[in-house]
Design a protein around this ligand. Structure first.
Ligand SMILES: [Zn+2]
Length: 91
């Protein structure tokens, strides 16, 4: 990603946070992960996600799903909502 795009992206994240949309949902059907866009645990994968939407805490909890193929917290930045971890525990 070019430097200018990264700056625009930072600006977008800043605006989203301002409106309480603190989470980025990766809509790619192969991923379906939710990432944190703020704080020191902010996800480093954010700039590489192309197919996305932003949600607040309630929207994020609504789409979380522990069924296979459901939306899931990122292992790195949103571990408290990582359903895969739970699925792995069951195995
Ligand atoms: Zn993440």
């Amino acid at each position: 990603m070019y430097k200018i795009d990264l700056k625009l992206f930072e600006l977008e994240l800043w605006f989203r946070r301002l409106f309480g949309q603190k989470y980025l949902v990766n809509l790619n059907p192969k991923s379906k992960e939710i990432h944190r866009i703020y704080g020191k645990n902010r996800c480093k994968f954010l700039p590489s996600i192309t197919h996305k939407k932003y949600v607040g805490i309630n929207g994020m909890k609504e789409i979380l799903d522990d069924k296979p193929g459901g939306y899931n917290g990122c292992y790195l930045c949103l571990r408290e909502f990582d359903m895969d971890k739970r699925t792995m525990d069951k195995k």
